[in-house]
Design a binder for this molecule. Structure first.
Ligand SMILES: Nc1ncnc2c1ncn2[C@@H]1O[C@H](COP(=O)(O)OP(=O)(O)O)[C@@H](O)[C@H]1O
Ligand SMILES: [Mg+2]
Length: 258
């Protein structure tokens, strides 16, 4: 019961809806800009203002495709590293009730390059690298665990090859934020790492079950190719059948009822 009462508070953030943040990212003007990486496709941190709200955004313009790529996952064929996947991950996350765990990301050109403009996560305490080094789970290990299990399942669903220590952030309330999905949405029908499946949030599982190609196309078409969407559904089937076999003991509640 205590958990159920807590949940709405966890997701009520700064009073702005996801749609409001998306509109802000699409329309607000840049008042200040810092390159956080070298090169024209490097990530930029920009301060935006619409006259009322001032907030930062991360602007990513990377958009590469290689027939073969040698990376930490070994060699990958049909490798894509693209800002489009950032937008796709946010939009898919929203479909699955994870709007409070992935910051809004919208398509908008930047100095002539197609880019993803992503809401900057405020009050970041640390990233996953620092958390692991400190060997802490924060003041509420149970809350940490429930969120971490969602990240693990989501990464298997989207075949994310790059959940590195800098791509998971913790805010001051120990809320987890997933960022930087430019190397996800691989074409694998199987999970990249089935061992990552242990337990699953009940709402998240129900939302995964309800995904279908028509719905994905409607939300993700400009950002993902059809074969990338079909691969999501194939991995979804693997995840759903795993948890159906595992039984109700492996399900828990964290996300609010929808
Ligand atoms: N939306 C964001 N909110 C807060 N911090 C961010 C955000 N985007 C990026 N950062 C910070 O900048 C770092 C680098 O950005 P990232 O998008 O991961 O690009 P890359 O890994 O390609 O450099 C992140 O690890 C994080 O610390
Ligand atoms: Mg990163």
């Amino acid at each position: 019961m205590a958990l159920l009462l807590l949940v709405p508070a966890l997701f009520a953030q700064d009073g702005l809806t996801l749609e409001k943040k998306e509109q802000f990212l699409l329309k607000a003007s840049i008042t200040r800009e810092r390159a956080s990486k070298k090169g024209i496709t490097g990530t930029v941190r920009a301060t935006l203002s619409d006259g009322t709200i001032t907030h930062d955004a991360s602007i990513q313009s990377i958009n590469e495709q290689k027939a073969k790529f040698e990376g930490v996952m070994g060699s990958e064929i049909n490798f894509r590293d693209t800002y489009l996947f950032n937008i796709a991950a946010y939009r898919l996350g929203k479909m699955l009730g994870l709007g409070g765990m992935i910051p809004p990301s919208v398509p908008r050109a930047h100095v002539g390059y197609g880019s993803a403009w992503t809401w900057w996560v405020e009050d970041v305490l640390m990233d996953e690298g620092e958390r692991a080094k400190k060997n802490t789970m924060g003041p509420d290990p149970d809350k940490w665990g429930r969120q971490t299990l969602i990240v693990r399942v989501f990464d298997q669903l989207i075949a994310n090859t790059d959940r590195n220590a800098g791509n998971t952030l913790y805010d001051k309330d120990w809320r987890i934020w997933m960022i930087d999905h430019t190397r996800a949405f691989r074409l694998h029908k199987q999970l990249l790492n089935p061992k990552m499946l242990d337990k699953c949030d009940r709402q998240f599982l129900a939302a995964m079950k309800s995904l279908n190609l028509g719905g994905l196309k409607a939300e993700l078409s400009p950002y993902l190719r059809q074969d990338e969407m079909k691969a999501i559904l194939q991995r979804r089937d693997v995840i759903v059948s795993y948890f159906e076999k595992a039984g109700p003991d492996k399900l828990y509640e964290y996300l609010p009822q929808r």
